[in-house]
Design a protein around this ligand. Sequence first.
Ligand SMILES: [Zn+2]
Ligand SMILES: [Zn+2]
Ligand SMILES: [Zn+2]
Length: 462
Amino acid sequence: MLAINKINKQALIEYEDFLFMYVEEEEAFDSEKIFYVDAIIINSSETSLFEKVLRVTRTHYDAEIYLKPIFCVQYEGLPLQVIERCDGLTDVTQYQKIARTTREIKQHIDKLFLQQKFPSNEFGVLYKMMQYLYTRNHDLEPFVDRHARLSYTYPFVSLQLEDEEQNKILEILKQGVRDGFLREEKMLDKIHVCDTCHSAHHNIRETCLHCNGIDLKVQDLIHHFQCAYIGPETDFMQEYTDDLICPKCQKILRHIGVDYDKPSHIFNCNTCSEHFQNPVFTYNCVDCGKVSDIRHLQEHLIKKISLTAKGKQLVLSGLPKKNYESQGSNKEITGVYELSVFKNILQQEKARTRFNPGRTFFGKVTVVDAQLNSISWKEKMVLRDELAGELKSYLKDYDKVTAVSAGEFYFLKLESTEEKIAKLEELIVFNLEALVKSNVKDSQVVVSVEIQAVFHDQTVEF
Ligand SMILES: [Zn+2]
Ligand SMILES: [Zn+2]
Ligand SMILES: [Zn+2]
């Protein structure tokens, strides 16, 4: 209770058996005190204050904090992206409703298995999102948002990833559906994102198929029935009169539908002067500036998502120990290290090459296979460990290996020569490809190996 006494009393409201933090301005928001309160109430019309409170809480590592109930005081014009991400609206005198919601959320949080370790960052995001859905007892409903890279914000989830990584949300949700933890509900929209930066913000333009110019003029084509002449409207126009006169038979065109019709239109390019009927459509990405045919945009379906019984079960009982402790199984193979340890060893090794140059080699192994997307994260973890073990088996006892994912490995080969390295490369490619093919259905795996000598004064890129 001592800690609570230290909190500025003015910012706290006691109601029933709850303590609410009441935030009106950014300077007064003290993130260190969130732990002691049962819920946060934000009374402001400033979107930036909501952004700050939501970011600080929802990205915290402690489930008690990232799942903390947050309410907003009703203001006219409070944007949807704020309201949808909070746990409800209130007014400054009525705390009954929010006390009830807080109680429900807290009861749900109490039932959760508080998982701390996850097999990957992406799985961590999925897991936390499932906890959020379980404790809120409603579906995940993305809402349209002009500030979001995907044009859609997913409550809770969008905050877990940086702006440039927002497209990962779609992959994470798909993986959750494939694993049976989530279910896709109603389709809300389709988005089309840039194939380079995954932004849904772009301008679409009619473009000249000859020179890629966008300065086009469209005009009607005119078909004169009597003489069957067809040409652009400008061919029929006159300098001194508004009459349309046929350039072929010199007759005046009077009634559309009787004398003539307009069967189509034609584009004139003001850049290269070409005429054509069907332009191509290109997009100009607002975020990265890429210009490309719209066929290269990637289409994604925006759907409402719900938690399945299997998903609920997972957040209540946690991950089976052997799955999330796959880091542990790495340690069983001597010489396979976690990335941070590997980087330290590499630094030491670099220093050593000053006195023993040309005999230390750094290798990167990449495993690319579209079929890896069809296997579950658990299988991916198992495969990752098997590949790391396989890789290590072609190296000496004192060589080092690290596995970043099932698709990315690094190794450090000591006391070797260029000739031995070339042979090693072939051996790794052949055997790792064979291992993936025997484990992944319809695999079209390609393994590539890049090896470079390590020198003390050279930086090594990961
Ligand atoms: Zn004519
Ligand atoms: Zn052109
Ligand atoms: Zn882009």
